[in-house]
Design a protein around this ligand. Structure first.
Ligand code: G6Q
Length: 551
């Protein structure tokens, strides 16, 4: 395969962007020139409608982007993932999160073995446990029913379950579920404050069971529990379960090995909410609804695998992202869900995308000579409108946005939802339409400004417009549609990684900081700062040591 920049479609796309830019392409004009644009740039699959017509592109752009996908052998990468090949080459692992939500008899093979029997066994064990907790047959050591579940995990062992549990808040009918991730003692102390140890269950979620934050929080939780039970170690078995691939380490920590929910090295942390890592979700909403979440994701997996690129939601969204990142030079992307329940979605997608594609070497370890993963950020609407949207509308950077809307709300109270929808749609329209100087000036005159005052104010009220957005519309954010939506973004990230030829499934960038933190921790504990640091870090360590010794 030639280097990406040397391929014919890449060269054509570079010229194509220059032409679009040069001609001052206006999305609004494209709607006038092509009455079919809105219908043709709209795609529906698995309950999700994607309107991508308000983008800086034409049908020719899509055609060229699809050629780029072919030149980058996307289909081959897709088949490799579905075949359980070792696509996470730096860690010698497959990436088979699709197997976790496989709802058919299909086999998924890793190292010549079908993983599906083990997947189903764990799901059955989860179902039994979830039922015991929710029905109250599982009791704490003193015989009381569990009212609160605290998930202790971080990164992929936290963000996915936290986001989905919150996103499906409407369906909660089990014990209250809490999440502790940060090593900052405040997180666990504030979480435990209102809880009763006798009615609290801890889930220690860690793939490796070596993560400093999780193990530190788990130890604090254990101390808190044992204090309530006069240090009676027997209580641990009633109040602690673990989700991990590292059975021995869990046992060393003191958790009963019968209370371990297993997953496997072919499940990446940020792709793991579909595995036993989803246990807190299932406890909150019940197993049937957890299965619906898997069903939605599975339906999207099938769509991704079988739909032609032109009709393929993840592929199209990925290609539009590549168009902006590599040819237009837009380096960030905003995720704007108009749904309060989806408040953690931007943070979740931030990890999914930035940890997967924030890479600067190819799979072969050679430096890339093109941009890779963009900065992903955002917040739920309408709050963002009163905060950072200013920059999206009038700033000097162009920020492509994904607007996520639902036709119906779980909370149809008075006209809240229509107002929410009106705001979301209005933003996409305003971003595209903009407002000229003349329009601003005339509006001000109508509002009885003097011509002089109107002329002074009008430039501040000009919106350049022509700012690109995708709109994703679902009927309602149910477990099924949420599952489909998350799988859509997972595959979008996969497609981009495949085209950029980076390994989307490793995360070596988190290592160095961890190593250095270990060194600094020893110095903070001993009160002796070494001279091995740069002067800035050394001085900061010194200052902290001095100030802590005075208090
Ligand atoms: C995700 C990353 C990372 C990981 C956490 C927690 O893909 O690998 O976010 O999930 O570092 O790791 P453990 O689950 O091993 O504690």
């Amino acid at each position: 395969m030639p280097s990406l920049q040397q391929t014919a479609p890449w060269k054509a796309l570079t010229k194509h962007w220059q032409a679009i830019h040069h001609k001052k392409f206006q999305i609004q004009e494209m709607f006038q020139k092509d009455p079919q644009r809105s219908n043709q740039m709209r795609l529906q699959a698995v309950g999700i409608t994607l309107d991508y017509s308000k983008n800086l592109l034409t049908q020719d752009t899509i055609k060229l982007l699809i050629e780029l996908a072919h030149a980058a052998e996307l289909l081959d990468s897709l088949h490799k993932m579905y075949a359980g090949a070792c696509i996470n080459s730096t860690e010698q692992r497959a990436a088979l999160h699709i197997a976790l939500r496989n709802r058919t008899e299909r086999r998924f093979i890793v190292n010549k073995q079908d993983v599906m029997p083990r997947v189903r066994t764990v799901l059955k064990r989860m179902a039994k446990f979830v039922e015991q907790i929710r029905s109250g047959t599982w009791r704490g050591y003193s015989g009381k029913q569990i009212t609160d579940v605290v998930n202790i995990g971080i990164g992929g062992s936290n963000l996915g379950p936290l986001m989905v549990t919150t996103a499906l808040g409407h369906y909660h009918d089990g014990p209250k579920v809490h999440f502790v991730s940060n090593i900052d003692g405040t997180h666990i102390i504030e979480t435990l404050k209102p809880l009763n140890p006798e009615t609290t269950l801890f889930i220690i979620a860690s793939k490796t069971f070596t993560t400093q934050e999780t193990l530190t929080n788990a130890c604090t939780a254990k101390d808190w529990l044992l204090k309530a039970y006069d240090n009676n170690l027997k209580a641990i078995a009633y109040h602690f379960v673990a989700i991990s691939t590292a059975t021995e380490k869990v046992a060393q920590f003191g958790i009963d090995t019968n209370h371990i929910f297993e997953f496997w090295d072919w499940v990446g942390g940020r792709y793991s909410l579909w595995s036993a890592i989803g246990l807190p979700i299932a406890i909150a909403i019940g197993m049937p609804r957890f299965y619906e979440l898997l069903d939605g994701a599975h339906a999207m997996d099938q769509h991704f695998e079988t739909a032609a690129f032109r009709e393929n939601l993840p592929v199209l969204m990925a290609l539009i992202g590549i168009w902006y990142t590599n040819f237009a030079g837009f380096s960030t992307q905003a995720i704007l869900p108009y749904d309060q329940y989806l408040c953690y979605l931007p943070a979740y997608l931030q990890q999914l995308d930035m940890e997967s594609n924030g890479k600067s070497v190819t799979k072969a370890g050679k430096p890339v000579d093109y941009a890779t993963g963009p900065v992903i950020w955002g917040a739920s609407g309408t709050d963002g409108q009163h905060a950072f949207y200013q920059l999206i509308h009038q700033g000097t950077q162009i920020i492509p946005c994904d607007f996520l809307l639902s036709v119906h709300s779980h909370n149809e109270v008075s006209d809240h939802h229509l107002k929410l929808l009106a705001n979301g749609l209005a933003q996409t329209e305003a971003l595209m339409r903009g407002r000229t100087y003349e329009e601003s000036y005339q509006e001000l005159i109508k509002q009885c400004y003097t011509p002089q005052a109107a002329a002074a104010l009008a430039p501040h009220r000009v919106f350049s417009g022509n700012r690109p957005t995708n709109t994703l519309l679902v009927d309602k954010f149910t477990p099924y549609t949420l599952g489909a939506l998350l799988a859509l973004y997972e595959h979008k990230v996969f497609v981009q990684g495949a085209i950029w030829n980076v390994n989307s499934f490793d995360q070596w960038g988190v290592e160095l900081g961890k190593q250095l933190a270990g060194v600094i921790l020893k110095e903070l504990q001993s009160g002796i700062a070494s001279n091995d640091h740069d002067p800035s870090t050394h001085n900061l360590i010194q200052t902290i040591i001095q100030q802590r010794s005075q208090s």
